[in-house]
Design a protein around this ligand. Sequence first.
Ligand code: AMP
Length: 574
Amino acid sequence: MGSDQLQGDVSPRDGISHVAGETTQALWSKTIPQMLAEAVERFGDREAIVFTDKGLRWTYADLAREADRLAAGLLALGLEKGDRVGIWSPNRPEWIVMQYATARVGLVLVNINPAYRLAELEYALNKVGCKAVVLAEAFKTSDYVGMINTLAPELADSQPGQLQAAKLPSLRTVVRMGDGDTPGMYRYDQVLDMGGAEEAGRLDSITASLNPDDPINIQFTSGTTGSPKGATLTHANIVNNARFVVGTMAFSENDRLCIPVPLYHCFGMVMGSLGCVSTGAAMVFPGEAFEPESTLQTVQDERCTALYGVPTMFVAALEHPTFDSFDFSSLRTGIMAGAPCPIEVMKRVISDMNMSQVTIAYGMTETSPVSFQSHVDDPLERRVSTVGRIHPHVEVKVVDAEGNIVPVGTQGELCTRGYSVMRGYWDDDERTAESIDSDGWMHTGDLAVIDGQGYCNIVGRVKDMLIRGGENVYPREIEEYLFRNPKVQEVQVFGVPDEKYGEEICAWIVLRAGEELNEEEVKEFCRGQIAHYKIPRYVRFKDALPMTVTGKPQKFIMREQMIDELGLEVAKTA
Ligand code: AMP
């Protein structure tokens, strides 16, 4: 950043798509346990976490006490600073306690997606060499105890903490939640009670020895192809990002944040959990996983001031038949993020949910996660149609295929540099080098446009862009247009192979309840409004679209199904 940069001015200079965040507030050099200890000191008797489904309420002092108990228990298990410990569970109090207990003694928390099945679990545990894993007993169709027993049948004949499993060579200890006993495993509450005076006495000295630049968390990125990659993040990465995220929403200890997004993902654990700790706000969890009605109920009953969600969660909430019966008068702000946020949905969240100061955030796991966020004071039009402006202490440029910075208003690949960029993918120098170049830029694979004032628009994924008859087509633009049709609840646009044009455009649509629309009417809705080459050739109506838990459309699944349906194999390989 040039020395002539005005404080607070984050507009691009010299007409090029390069922006640098303001630096008026210095970066924090602190660890997660330091941040929690400060919250306890300032807000010890204020509410830290509420799990409405479990009737659980803890103050910051309660949370720190539980985290210390578990931390002492983890030491008693023989775990040492730097060891990796997995957590495999939906949103539960134990998840939060694990987050702060592991950080207290420098254990690297490994977030394992609760939707993972055998092959993914085996890969994740082995890739980072987890010595221990803490798991929920079961959730919905996932029998976690059953799955780990399938992978490690040796558990049946093992002493707890002494596993030697052929398929999981690093894993020694399995800890299960819930009341039941399972051979070879500890119960979570046993571990809570396991630490004695000796372990408790070591906590402070271990915490004092931690360095904010030490890795403390590994998050597996969803990756639509190839094996998951373990993004490795330090205390400083996520503590600072969390604090800037809630700062942009003007959070204080009086805020109460409803968190229906998953804790295993940065949206829950960094922007939610760490964000609240950074200001002494309360985290309110409506359940183990997102469900629209319990989320709305919780917002009302707990007088939440803020709500997080991916776009599909907000759509599901707005469309819920009981929506009109809830009182949203306590709501003020929140974040929609994780996937393109349709303008119409943002407008409804503002008008129908009382979230007048809602913001959009954009980022990715590898950048801790947030790089852009709209500010509560941004003009409404910018707030609903862009991902806002650059976050503090972060630098972003938009480049063309040759790596040159493009002029403002021109699209290209967004690259991020700064404190927030991860250490790398765990034990994967090759894929780290493919993502972070030698100058420290993280290549996001997202297509973006930055305007003259520094507001950013995410246009799509580099690899989602399709070329139809030589014209570049950006699915996001067509999705936004189709969204304007009031009958459309959800829409995804993607390319399918075509012999004549190279690619053709396909739209999958979910209609709002009770509405009817046919393929021809959709095309008619587009004619004269968008260029002819952007009008979808194929339109299909679906009950639901394939999405990940974190709201990412799985376009590769849609594409494969269409290729099958249309018998396009020939075109694909042509
Ligand atoms: P994850 O690492 O799971 O957080 O996913 C990161 C990806 O989500 C980004 O690279 C984007 O493709 C997408 N994403 C996140 N936030 C937004 C947003 N506000 N608008 C559009 N795409 C987003």
